[in-house]
Design a protein around this ligand. Structure first.
Ligand code: ZN
Length: 277
């Protein structure tokens, strides 16, 4: 599943590809992707004649802006956007097509069909599902050490599942949470409310640093991540722990381990990230 850095990369690419393009029509072949409005015809009628004027991001959600509407899109496991000329054959996994007046098409392809789209009037998008209850952005002024400390103290969960909760903080997924915890030297199963202020300060720093470095590199390419131009493997981020079970820890040289935490495969170094110090 794409995490904040990948979605940020898709956003930037889409900005270059679709701004100022006007929607002539929309084809939807799998209506369950459209979550709001429930009537697909309403979705299509609203957007016909609208022009994409901006693409934003909130957490792992893309927000497509026209003059009057905000389209909130989550790629979930396999969702991908790509721009094609209209005469290019349409793949069977393409479920939503925005036909533009200039003869190009923005196609949404989703093998597993888990992705979602919500359309709202501009200005309503942040007060409705799915954006309404999201926590702060990791690069925002709201995400301070004090905020993180307060939230971690309030929960009885382990630190990894706590950090994956998008209501606490947006953007982290299974890959970057493992990376941030490794860099902070914190065991993923440590209870969130047992962390000391100093540990939380380091964790806060490493979350922002891990994500911003990944944004700079354009997101990682794990699971053959394809960017919205259809380019595969443009970027390869050097990960410290994720996917490196049994390989040498880059800090201490001992083998990394993989365990399950909160139902998620979790990579860590048992030497650098001790449960009890
Ligand atoms: Zn180590």
């Amino acid at each position: 599943m794409p995490e904040l850095p990948e979605v940020e990369t898709v956003k930037k690419t889409l900005q270059q590809l679709i701004l100022n393009k006007t929607i002539a029509n929309i084809t939807i072949t799998w209506s369950k992707i459209i979550k709001h409005p429930l009537e697909v015809e309403q979705f299509i009628d609203a957007l016909k004649g609208e022009t994409f004027v901006d693409v934003g991001r909130r957490g792992k959600f893309l927000i497509f802006y026209t003059h009057h509407f905000a389209l909130v899109s989550h790629l979930r496991m396999e969702g991908r956007y790509a721009l094609y000329p209209k005469d290019e054959p349409v793949d069977k996994h393409t479920h939503v097509i925005f036909h533009f007046t200039d003869g190009t098409e923005l196609r949404y392809r989703d093998v597993r069909k888990f992705g979602t789209m919500h359309l709202y009037k501009r200005g309503d998008e942040f007060s409705k599902a799915p954006l309404a209850d999201l926590g702060p952005e990791p690069f925002s002024e709201q995400f301070t050490v004090e905020y993180l400390q307060k939230k971690l103290k309030q929960t009885s969960r382990k630190v990894k599942p706590a950090l994956l909760d998008q209501k606490l903080l947006v953007g982290l997924g299974n890959i970057y949470v493992d990376e941030a915890l490794f860099r902070a030297g914190i065991h993923p199963e440590k209870l969130a409310n047992s962390l000391k202020k100093q540990e939380i300060a380091i964790l806060h720093h490493e979350i922002a640093a891990t994500l911003s470095e990944a944004v700079e590199k354009g997101g990682s390419t794990i699971r053959s991540y394809i960017n919205s131009q259809g380019e595969i493997g443009m970027f390869q981020l050097q990960l410290n722990v994720y996917g490196r079970k049994g390989e040498a820890c880059k800090k201490c040289g001992r083998p990394l381990e993989k365990i399950t935490v909160g139902g998620r495969g979790t990579h860590y170094c048992p030497n650098c990230q001790k449960l009890k110090k």
